[in-house]
Structures are given as structure tokens and as C-alpha cells.
Design a protein around this ligand. Structure first.
Ligand code: XMP
Length: 326
């Protein structure tokens, strides 16, 4: 049987009991494959790599070495959550690398979106590779490949994702969720005890806030974007919108407009809000947000975030606008 093809009769994992059975089966299989050897995993904190990490920790404990690379383009609190959940909660063997300066120094002055993506993807591989070389006796590389990745392997995600790893890494792959769809990975993640917010989080592009800090990234504008995004997420959580809106975020362009604060001229960047619904990200519609909530978010961002003086809501569906601005 081609191990990359999901059998027609494979039952869809929709319940806790089915997830438990899957976990039990995979734990046995991973133990058989890995034996007493070590496994390496790039743990981004996204749904897929988190579920693979939890599964491997259950199967082989400290034989799994997780590497979390903070490229400085994470959302507020994300790297902290990875450390909290995996190191403190699951006692994982976790190597945390704060590579913020490396990434931001390389990105300084780079305006062109595709070049920014290439720099982020390329540097990620470098950092991960350097770390892997420091470790002895790693025989396996675990990956959070899921079934849609296999189906679309010649499509979009494969080439623009940061998760792509060095091709010359001579390690056997461990891909325990490669036959699962995203909704199944989530059910398995909850059964493994991962936090609901981590397992049901919205999609987040590999290059992170790098594609939302439009044009050449500067630290001050990136900081403003991260803070504004955190406020948006907090308000969506509180209002219940987070549960049903597919993706929502802030983008901050590289220009300023005039404003007034405390009776004085206050130049600042606009924060552009976007909240879209879709099933496949090929087309998307705009979420109708109550005006009251829009006002609250605007009020909070313009008062709490240094450097932002206006908030705009992007009403453009896809097509014609892509979901991201870059
Ligand atoms: P667009 O902007 O093309 O986005 O309408 C469609 C979906 O893909 C995500 N996206 C990315 N994901 N790396 C990723 O892993 C990327 O470079 C990237 N660019 C866009 C986007 O967030 C949306 O969910």
C-alpha cells in the first residue's frame, strides 16, 4: 500500500473515542519505528506540529527533541505559550531559540513581499539546521504533515511555507498525522490534552507577522502591529467571534497620517483590520462585525498602541483582495 494515500474505508475521526483509538495505535507504531533512538521536531506552536509533539511525547517522552525557533514575527504570547504548554506542562525536551535579531537584521530595508518570504523561509532552515548539527544521535525527523499537504504537495502551501526543512537532512521521517484532515488533527489534539485555544486556533502564515508589517519591517511598527493584533484577538475572544470567524488580523502599512492626541499633532500608522470566512482560502467573504465592537476595538487600539492613530476595516472579499495584504 502507498503509505501516502488515505484508504477509502478509513473512518473519519470525529469523537473522543475514535481519537483515543488513533492515539493508542500511533503510540504503538511510533515506539516500533523509533525504538530507543532520538527524534527531532521543529515545533512552531501551530496545530499540526503541536499535535505531533504531544503524540511523540506520549510515545517516546524525552527521546523527542523539540526545537522552537522564534523568528521575531510571532504573535504576542505565542512563543511563551509553546514553552508553557510543552516545557512546563508536558515536561518536553524543548530547545528554545530566540532568533529575532537574526531575522529582523536580515529583513531590514527589504520591501518586496516575495523576497521577505524567501529570507524568512531560508533563515528558518539555517537556524534549525545549525541547531540539529549540535545534537548527537538524532535518527528521526518528525513532521506535522497532514493529508491536505500531501494532496496539495505541488500546490501553494509547499513552496511558501516556512516549515520546509533542509533536503540534505539524512533522517528518517516520522509523520504520525499525515493521513488526517485538519478537523481530525484537532480532535486528536484535544484528546491529547492540548489547550482548546491552541488546537482550534486560526490559521497563521509561516512567515508570521512579517507579511502583515507591510513593506520594509521596522521594529517599532512590528511592535505596534503585534500589540494591535493582540487587542483584536482579545476582543474577538470576549465577543465570541473568535469561535466562528475563520481568520482575523491586523496589517500595518508603511505610511503615516496626521492625527491629534492630547491637543498636539500626532502622526501615526493606520491599523487595518481584516476578518474573513472561507472553507478553502481560495475565496473568502467578509464577517459582518457589529459597529459597537468596531468602535471598541478602534478605541482600544488608538489609545493603547503607541504609533497607531487610525483603525480601518477592510471590506474587500477574495477575490479581488487576497486574504493577506502581501
Ligand atoms: P491569501 O493571502 O493568498 O492567503 O489569500 C490564503 C491563506 O494562506 C495563508 N498564507 C500563508 N500561509 N505561508 C503560509 O503558511 C505564507 O507565506 C502564506 N501566505 C498566505 C493566509 O494566511 C490565508 O490563510
Amino acid at each position: 500500500m502507498d503509505t501516502n494515500i488515505r484508504p477509502d474505508n478509513m473512518e473519519r475521526i470525529t469523537t473522543r473515542a475514535l481519537a483515543d483509538a488513533f492515539i493508542e495505535e500511533q503510540v504503538a507504531q511510533i515506539r516500533k519505528q523509533v525504538g530507543d533512538q532520538k527524534v527531532l521536531l521543529a515545533l512552531s506552536g501551530g496545530v499540526d506540529s503541536s499535535v505531533v509533539a504531544a503524540l511523540l511525547i506520549k510515545a517516546v517522552g524525552k527521546q523527542l527533541v523539540c526545537v522552537h525557533v522564534n523568528h521575531g514575527l510571532m504573535r504576542k504570547g505565542e512563543s511563551e505559550q509553546v514553552i508553557e504548554v510543552f516545557q512546563k506542562g508536558l515536561d518536553a525536551n524543548l530547545i528554545y531559540i530566540d532568533a529575532t535579531d537574526r531575522f529582523l537584521d536580515l529583513l531590514a530595508g527589504v520591501e518586496e513581499p516575495e523576497r521577505k518570504r524567501k529570507i524568512i523561509g531560508g533563515e528558518f532552515i539555517k537556524v534549525f539546521d545549525e541547531e540539529a548539527k549540535k545534537l548527537d544521535g538524532i535518527a528521526f525527523l518528525a513532521q506535522g504533515t497532514i493529508y491536505p499537504d500531501i494532496l496539495e504537495s505541488k500546490g501553494v502551501k509547499a513552496h511558501h511555507n516556512v516549515g520546509g526543512l533542509p533536503e540534505d537532512m539524512k533522517m528518517e521521517l516520522v509523520e504520525p498525522v499525515k493521513l488526517l484532515y485538519k478537523d481530525e488533527v484537532r480532535v486528536v489534539g484535544e484528546a491529547l490534552g492540548l489547550p482548546h485555544g491552541m488546537v482550534y486556533r486560526q490559521p497563521f502564515p509561516g512567515p508570521g507577522l512579517g507579511v502583515r508589517c507591510l513593506g520594509a519591517i521596522t521594529r517599532d511598527r512590528l511592535h505596534a502591529l503585534r500589540e494591535a493584533d493582540a487587542i483584536l484577538r482579545e476582543e474577538f475572544d470576549k465577543s465570541g467571534l473568535a469561535e466562528h470567524v475563520w481568520q482575523y488580523f491586523i496589517a500595518v502599512p508603511d505610511f503615516k497620517s496626521v492625527g491629534v492626541r492630547d491637543g498636539k499633532r500626532y502622526e501615526g500608522w493606520p491599523a487595518i483590520m481584516r476578518a474573513v470566512n472561507t472553507t478553502d482560502a481560495m475565496s473568502a467573504t467578509i464577517e459582518e462585525i457589529p459597529y459597537e465592537l468596531l468602535h471598541r476595538i478602534t478605541d482600544r487600539i488608538t489609545h493603547e498602541v503607541e504609533g497607531i492613530n487610525r483603525v480601518l476595516y477592510d471590506l474587500t472579499p477574495k477575490p479581488i483582495g487576497t486574504i493577506e495584504w502581501e
